[in-house]
Design a protein around this ligand. Structure first.
Ligand code: GUN
Length: 293
């Protein structure tokens, strides 16, 4: 078993991003600028957004956090998004999900200018991704591709089984792994909560992408010896054992699956760190006008 170490891979790529951002500053006189909107006080979202902002500073980007109370109206939020769309000093805009029930996430996603949609959630970016055109790829799937690339994992011709069909991870990941690209060129099976023979399918996988949001869902008896395991789960549980008061668990039973695998991502310290790298790379590409001229 070898570890796909998110800390190592993310630090290496962030150094490259920082060098690129410094070069961009010299040439343009400004820093890449990411704006994040956070509604409410969800514990997980607070942590993720804080980490995104901190990493922006680390690589020499400008970051702005706009906070709203959980009671903010949909209209007020959409108006703010339109204002940021018009602001030429902003390269990337993300609205942290989940949103409170009275706000339609689809409306929010579609209101963000697709040219600033560094989360890659807008239908234009997803459509362009399907067609292998320049676009912003959703940050988590992008981070996974960067991780596979960093460790030169050969994916061509392999059977990739994705567990979970979310808009953010499972669904785009299935498209990306099937693309004629490297990483990619996989035969892909997309499984989900209604899949009847899930264990049988996962047992056939050369690559498992676990993104179902259930602690220790993928167990050792479901995994073929030598499989590559990508664990996207970030399941937070309160814990008296840690300083922060909570502990993170993946979707994979790491302890028992790791010995059977060829490569595996840990939680924490795996895909989560790469998601931020995906976001930073999209923001830099936006600033440089590499995706949309
Ligand atoms: N919530 C969980 N993952 C994400 C993400 O990648 N982007 C945003 N905006 N919200 C999320």
């Amino acid at each position: 078993m070898q570890l796909l170490d998110g800390k190592f891979a993310s630090e290496k790529i962030k150094q490259e991003i920082a060098a690129d951002a410094a070069d961009f500053l010299t040439k343009s006189g400004r820093k890449p600028h990411l704006v994040a909107i956070l509604v409410g006080n969800d514990g997980g979202s607070e942590t993720y957004v804080a980490s995104k902002m901190k990493n922006c500073e680390k690589v020499g980007f400008l970051s702005s956090l706009i906070r709203y109370d959980v009671t903010v109206s949909e209209a007020e939020l959409l108006e703010k998004i339109q204002e940021i769309n018009r602001d030429v000093s902003v390269d990337g805009l993300i609205v942290q999900l989940p949103l409170p029930k009275h706000i339609d996430p689809e409306k929010v996603t579609e209101t963000i200018d697709f040219q600033k949609d560094v989360d890659g959630f807008h239908p234009v970016n997803l459509g362009r991704m399907m067609r292998n055109l320049p676009c912003f790829i959703p940050a988590t799937p992008y981070g996974i591709l960067l991780m596979l690339e960093a460790y030169q994992v050969d994916t061509a011709g392999k059977h990739c089984v994705v567990v979970g069909r979310s808009n953010i991870v499972g669904s785009p990941m299935s498209i990306l792994m099937a693309r004629n690209a490297n990483p990619g060129n996989c035969t892909v099976t997309l499984t989900h909560s209604r899949t009847t023979n899930l264990k049988e399918l996962v047992l056939q996988a050369d690559i498992v992408v676990a993104a179902i949001g259930k602690k220790n869902f993928v167990t050792a008896d479901m995994v073929k010896p030598g499989a590559i395991i990508i664990d996207v789960g970030i399941n937070r549980e309160t814990s008296e054992l840690t300083k922060s008061g909570y502990k993170l668990y993946g979707d994979v039973d790491f302890e028992n699956v790791a010995p059977k695998s060829s490569w595996i991502t840990p939680v924490p310290g795996g895909v989560g760190l790469m998601t931020i790298v995906g976001l930073l790379k999209n923001t830099l590409a936006s600033a440089k006008g590499e995706v949309y001229k």
